[in-house]
Design a protein around this ligand. Structure first.
Ligand SMILES: Nc1ncnc2c1ncn2[C@@H]1O[C@H](COP(=O)(O)OP(=O)(O)O)[C@@H](O)[C@H]1O
Ligand SMILES: [Mg+2]
Length: 408
């Protein structure tokens, strides 16, 4: 159920409750006043007719005098008077009220409001056959109450409808999202989608890295360990001292290679840069290691300014970006020379990785996550990345990063 509908229902229920309470109070107060009024009128009528009956005895024939008297009297408010003669017939009934003639309140309302008053009988002879019967008649008072309550009820209902319609309109306007809300919602949705994309890229990256490590472990460690085992098996069979010495030398050589390989993998997984946040040292190590592995490509390094106090996030961010850019050169460029420069300027760091390779000549191959990841990472640090073909040929990745207050 929507919030608007729930609010509407709640307000309607409160309104109807209020209307019901008001109606009940009206019913109660009208019922009490009708009872009071009819009882008083009945009492007065009974007293008057009792006195008249007693007085009429002085004038001889009581019935005839009384009928005359009653006919002269006509209607008495809120009472019906009937005269029962000695032969059992009703000789006289007081005329009906002329007030609001022809109309009466609905039966259920009359039943609800009618006061519980009995008729009074005044006997005119010894055996009580000749008698005046005075019946309380609340129908006019009840009709008055009905009319007045209907008016109030209709007024209340009208008020309820007007109030509720106004509230509906007001709530609709109040709960309608503003343009700013919609804009915010759109931005949030976009951000969510981007976040999902980044999460996917990160997952892909992790998977890619796992594959690479598995490949490296299989190719480098697997082969070396197999070689050691083969040599060890043949040594075990050989009794020749020269063979033994040669085998031991070989094992030593392979083991040294293994050590280098493990060392390299460990360094890639957790570079020295993390142990000691000094970008210059980390980049120098990286470049040295890179040069030793790729002797056919010249890697020119230029570091300017103090790169020792940049903080872990920034240091690692730049380090990983340089790693990715260098890997890209190997993967995509076919370059002879790479220029890597990291320069600290006033309040910013500028990183540039250029090569003299093919540029982005080939169709976009590969998984295409490296540059996206780099961009995300740098954006998170408040920086930006531009990457593309150089006018003079080759490829360039440029990163600009602002320095936060403490590292300025
Ligand atoms: N140094 C470079 N020389 C030529 N093309 C490059 C170079 N670096 C990146 N590219 C191009 O940009 C694309 C995107 O790179 P990247 O996002 O790292 O994805 P991947 O390396 O997985 O392909 C590469 O596929 C490649 O076509
Ligand atoms: Mg890449």
């Amino acid at each position: 159920m929507s919030l608007r509908l729930r609010l509407n229902l709640l307000i309607a229920a409160l309104n109807l409750g209020f209307l019901a309470a008001l109606t009940w109070m009206q019913v109660d107060s009208h019922r009490n006043s009708i009872h009071e009024e009819i009882a008083a009128a009945h009492r007065v009528t009974v007293q008057m007719l009792s006195t008249a009956a007693q007085t009429s005895r002085i004038y001889g024939s009581v019935p005839a005098t009384m009928v005359n008297f009653l006919q002269g009297l006509g209607r008495i408010r809120a009472n019906e008077i009937r005269f029962h003669s000695a032969d059992g017939a009703i000789r006289y009934v007081s005329p009906p009220s002329t007030y609001k003639t022809g109309r009466s309140a609905p039966e259920w309302f009359e039943n609800l409001m009618r006061p519980n008053l009995d008729a009074t009988v005044i006997g005119l002879d010894g055996d009580g056959v000749t008698r005046i019967e005075i019946v309380p008649d609340a129908s006019r008072a009840i009709l008055d109450a009905w009319d007045s309550m209907s008016e109030i009820f209709m007024l209340g209902l009208g008020f309820f409808i007007v109030l509720h319609s106004a509230l509906l309109l007001f709530l609709r306007r109040l709960l309608r999202p503003t343009e700013a809300d919609v804009e915010k919602l759109v931005i949030t949705t976009q951000e969510l989608a981007e976040n999902r994309e980044v999460t996917r890229l990160i997952q892909d990256g992790i998977e890619e890295e796992r594959k690479r490590l598995a490949r490296e472990l299989h190719d480098e460690l697997g082969q070396s360990v197999t070689a050691i085992r083969l040599i060890a098996t043949s040594l075990a069979r050989s009794a020749d001292a020269t063979n033994l010495a040669q085998g031991a030398g070989k094992i030593n050589e392979i083991a040294a290679g293994l050590y280098d390989c493990v060392h390299r993998i460990v360094r890639e997984l957790r570079p020295a840069v993390l142990e000691q946040p000094d970008l210059a040292t980390a980049l120098n190590d990286l470049v040295q290691e890179w040069r030793s592995r790729h002797r056919d490509i010249e890697l020119v390094l230029k570091l300017e300014g103090d790169l020792g106090d940049l903080g872990e996030a920034l240091t690692l961010g730049v380090f990983r970006s340089v790693q990715e850019a260098l890997t890209n050169v190997l993967k995509h460029a076919g370059a002879d020379r790479i220029w890597l420069s990291v320069i600290r300027r006033d309040g910013s760091i500028e990183v540039c990785i250029e090569d003299d390779g093919s540029g982005q000549a080939k169709k976009l191959s590969g998984s295409g996550h490296g540059l996206v990841g780099m961009r995300e990472r740098m954006m998170a640090l408040g920086g930006r990345v531009s990457a593309g073909k150089r006018p003079e040929g080759g490829f360039r990745v440029k990163i600009e990063l602002p320095l936060s207050g403490e590292s300025r």
